[in-house]
Design a protein around this ligand. Sequence first.
Ligand SMILES: [Zn+2]
Ligand SMILES: [Zn+2]
Length: 251
Amino acid sequence: MKLKVLGPHGGELPGCKSTCFLVDDRMAIDAGALTSMLELPALAKVDDILLTHSHFDHIKDLPMMSDVVVGRRDKPVVIHSNSECIETLQKNLFNNVLWPDFTKIPTKKNPVFKLRSFRAGSNIKVGPYSVKSVLVSHPVESCGYVISDGEVSMAISGDTGPTEKFWKVLNKVENLKLVLVECSFPNQLQALADISGHFTPQTLEKELEKFDRRGAEVLLYHLKPAFVAQLKKEVRHLPVHVSELGEEFDF
Ligand SMILES: [Zn+2]
Ligand SMILES: [Zn+2]
């Protein structure tokens, strides 16, 4: 599997991109930096987008993408997420008010986007990948995922505060090579992290004690742009790597 970091942050500033990863050049995880990081030919090759949840920093490039790939593909891009997220996109984004309904444009039969929902916690198939969704801890329905290609697996936590289930699932995954884990706010903003469902370095440290790593690499993402330097200092003693914009991993 190949993973490219298109957006390692939980927001935007110059040099920071919202959450977005590209798997094997064909499946995106979250859509915070699709159009700002991919040229049109690469963008048009993305067949599936797996969304962790509906928050803006994770979906913001969907409308921009619809606008540039329309007429460039012969089949819809399939957007996969839990039912709450899919309902939110249809009701509040592709609603012909905030943005045209690209689930019916240019035609109902062959639109730019197809929305596909699943029950949080279920196993789904996305292209060649088996994906296990795990409900995590966030103010809206947010999912972590384990993604397997039949040989190796990777996982992503989604936006979450302290959780048990995600680690329990991970501890049973064979050939788990890489885990993306969110870490949003510095320790001094613990109260904010708690009410908004996010990790700080100190809660992350406790979470990692629940994880039987067996050699898997832990990459941090979703650092809030205003606190990147401080967060890097606060995680320096932990056995983790802070993912960087444009980084690629082969495993
Ligand atoms: Zn977020
Ligand atoms: Zn969120």
